[in-house]
Design a protein around this ligand. Structure first.
Ligand code: ADE
Length: 420
């Protein structure tokens, strides 16, 4: 059995059942795993992964191990770990696993460090906490890292900043920026799993409510669409004029959060920025307003400020904190402002993670074969061929065929002479 620190190793059988359930809708990753088993393209590669420890991640870890990688895994968020899955990985899959749902900050970073202790040639991060640790308190281990991948928007933003300042120690590949990642995972995955988390936490009716979405990137687009699909009247708040305009044309009301605050029954932030819902906004909310965040870090809601403003607070239900305000209203914050979709629900459905993690596995294979040799120490895109291959494999797995260009059409696209 691998080294581990999990909640209860006896949960492994439950974790195995759930991991197999997820695998049933991850056909692209399964095909890659089968090929990896035969070809072992990752033989001897030490992979340090800092990801949400879910059943979908378990299938990715199993795929990398099938390819010959020596894998160590810690959580990328203290609340997102599925304890049975962590137990299954440690007990049955030979993956060093360090993750416990609800771990405190100290344990969270102890686990990140345990992954580094195991030796790392390649990082696979979600939010860049592993990369950050390697560049701050574990600099001595940086020299051994050859390359890395980053799963999420927030992590890519942090790493690009490091690359631009010349402090990134190795090239990192932005899985998030592959089309087959953000167009599906961020949009449909966040859309469904965020609403899922908010409903599981509250059991409140969305139909007929006013649902405020802060941020209209890929995640916000998906969230607004899912809330509308459930019958909510959706308000979008944005800072980017283009995205604000897009939200208007998509049929939503668009206004600043200060104006939306008194209207919303539900609020959810998906911006990647800090204090998006601030004290002044909480003060204006209706009695009973429900507030959540689905952005990577728990900084989007100013909970420190809310805590100072509140006359009292109490836990009224798992994942729900009631804050009583001086104006007599109560507001309810879900999952302590951490990613509500992974804290109160199970994260994105496996059918979308299939594509995100296929990009991870294929990019790592390409890296192990020397794909990034000579690349500088900044953030790079996943090769377009990998992105296209993932889309094609997914369509094939869904049994969907598409057209091919005829020779005449190809020629037309390459020419310029033919006009009206
Ligand atoms: N991020 C969002 N949903 C996820 C999931 N199901 N597994 C891993 N990472 C995720």
């Amino acid at each position: 059995m691998a080294d581990y620190d999990v909640k209860d190793i006896n949960l492994a059988a439950e974790g195995q059942d759930k991991t197999e359930w997820a695998e049933a809708t991850m056909p692209v990753l399964r095909q890659i795993k089968e090929r990896f088993e035969a070809e072992k393209p990752l033989k001897g590669l030490k992979v340090g992964a800092c990801l949400h420890v879910t059943t979908e991640t378990a299938n990715l870890m199993i795929t990398l191990a099938a390819g010959g990688a020596d894998v160590s895994l810690c959580a990328s968020n203290p609340l997102s770990t599925q304890d049975p899955t962590a137990a299954h990985l440690a007990k049955n899959c030979g993956i060093r696993t360090f993750a416990i749902k609800g771990e405190d900050n100290e344990t969270y970073y102890k686990h990140v460090n345990e992954v580094i202790d195991a030796g790392v040639h390649a990082t696979m991060d979600d939010g860049a906490d592993l990369v950050n640790t390697l560049h701050t308190s574990r600099k001595a281990e940086l020299a051994g890292v050859k390359y890395g991948t980053e799963e999420t928007t927030t992590g890519v933003i942090r790493l690009r900043a490091m690359g631009e300042q010349g402090v990134l120690g190795y090239p990192v590949f932005a899985i998030n920026d592959a089309n087959t990642k953000h167009m599906f995972d961020n949009r449909y995955g966040t859309g469904q799993s965020t609403i899922d988390g908010m409903i599981r936490a509250t059991n409140r009716l969305v139909a007929g409510s006013t649902f405020v979405v802060s941020g209209y990137g890929w995640c916000g687009r998906g969230l607004a669409n899912t809330a509308r699909g459930l019958g909510a009247r959706v308000i979008v708040c944005e800072v980017d004029p283009l995205r604000g305009l897009e939200a208007v044309m998509d049929g939503y009301r668009v206004m600043p959060i200060a104006k939306a605050a008194p209207e919303g029954d539900f609020f959810c932030t998906v911006t990647g920025d800090i204090n998006v819902i601030d004290v002044a906004h909480f003060e204006k909310m209706k009695n009973g307003a429900i507030v959540a965040n689905s952005g990577h870090f728990n900084v989007e809601l100013n909970l420190e400020g809310l805590g100072k403003l509140a006359t009292s607070r109490r836990r009224v239900r798992e994942f729900i904190e009631e804050y009583s305000l001086p104006n007599g209203n109560n507001v309810y914050v879900l999952a302590d402002g951490r990613l509500v979709n992974l804290s109160a629900a199970e994260g994105h459905p496996s059918a979308v993670m299939d594509m995100s993690f296929a990009n991870q596995a294929l990019t790592l294979e390409w890296l192990a074969k020397g794909g990034a040799d000579g690349y500088n120490k900044t953030v790079h895109n996943v090769p377009r061929e990998i992105d296209e291959q993932v889309a094609l494999l997914k369509l094939n797995a869904m049994g969907i065929e598409i057209d091919e260009l005829t020779a005449e059409q190809k020629k037309y696209l390459e020419s310029w002479e033919m006009g009206t």
